[in-house]
Design a protein around this ligand. Sequence first.
Ligand SMILES: NC(=O)C1=CN([C@@H]2O[C@H](COP(=O)(O)OP(=O)(O)OC[C@H]3O[C@@H](n4cnc5c(N)ncnc54)[C@H](O)[C@@H]3O)[C@@H](O)[C@H]2O)C=CC1
Ligand SMILES: CC(=O)C(=O)O
Length: 351
Amino acid sequence: MQKSASTSSLGPGGLDLSQVFFKLIPNSAPPSSTSRSTKISVIGAGNVGMAIAQTILTQDLVDELALVDAKPDKLRGEMLDLQHAAAFLPRTKILASVDYSATVGSDLCIVTAGARQVAGESRLNLLQRNVALFRDIIPPLVKYSPECILLIVSNPVDVLTYVAWKLSGLPSNRVVGSGTNLDSSRFRFLIADHLDVNAQDVQAYIVGEHGDSSVALWSSISVGGVPVLSFLKKQHIAYEKETLEKIHKAVVDSAYEVICLKGYTSWAIGYSAANLARSILRDQRKIHPVSVLAKGFYGINSGDDVFLSLPALLGRGGVLGVTDVHLTEEEAARLRESAKTISEVQNQLGL
Ligand SMILES: NC(=O)C1=CN([C@@H]2O[C@H](COP(=O)(O)OP(=O)(O)OC[C@H]3O[C@@H](n4cnc5c(N)ncnc54)[C@H](O)[C@@H]3O)[C@@H](O)[C@H]2O)C=CC1
Ligand SMILES: CC(=O)C(=O)O
């Protein structure tokens, strides 16, 4: 399955109308060989994959978007539905196939395929089912796009980013998990709501596992450049540790609440992944809390190759570096605990 019926050969006898519709400019120069089109492939055309695809399209991030899923009818339906919005969107070639050859030459491959949680289920519970799928998904992706960057979204995202790294054979800077970019947005939303300011003016990181053992970096919070906790201290304004814990708990509970209410989460992860795609493909060199190979950073030297979220500099080369945010002793200990949780799960895989 490829594009919908081409309109370029609708003339009598299959005449290519695009050749007669326009008077071509004689002796025009060929397109510049330096201008290269960009391509993203999204694997898994479910709630999350389609939210990511539509955000990418509305934000005009690529020239070509390929969708892959195991269900051909659902896939074709999604492709046609997006193609029918062509008149309202920047021009993007959209294709879809159950065959991975459709992904050939991708700059970025975003993997969302797999089982999702039912109400009350933890992300880690999905592991065995999704590792089995990754064995079918990752090798053909890398075969068709050996130069790509892999962005993993399927859960449990940290362990699956490790699995994708192992199965792909790619250098670790080209394998990234969407990690706590989403949790940090939820965190920023809650703080912004509390202070009645724009969430884009709130800097705040959640790091560690995208899940129950995530770590809120309270010392990292600043609003409009003002570090919040030290400002409160200087003003002798007391704040309760429980209030902070409650905000973090609300972040951790966010996904469970949305899943309980609507069955799945989709819009926020759609924006989160498109935000990461922009930083990578447009070489924005922005700092995002995303799942990266954490060994050697923040005292994580467990001997295991653990992926978890740290504030990372993202650009066209993938992960360009990890920033050294000041952590309190308690935050550092929690981060190492989060690494241990992930490492224990990972060790059961025998990869
Ligand atoms: N990292 C994050 O922040 C988030 C991660 N997720 C995760 O994203 C994943 C997808 O969630 P939804 O889209 O809601 O699920 P969904 O059930 O709507 O979609 C999953 C899709 O994967 C496809 N699929 C299954 N096996 C496949 C294979 N071998 N090859 C290609 N496609 C295959 C299915 O046909 C389906 O269309 C889940 O693991 C979920 O937990 C969801 C939200 C946020
Ligand atoms: C499902 C999930 O991982 C989330 O929305 O955070």
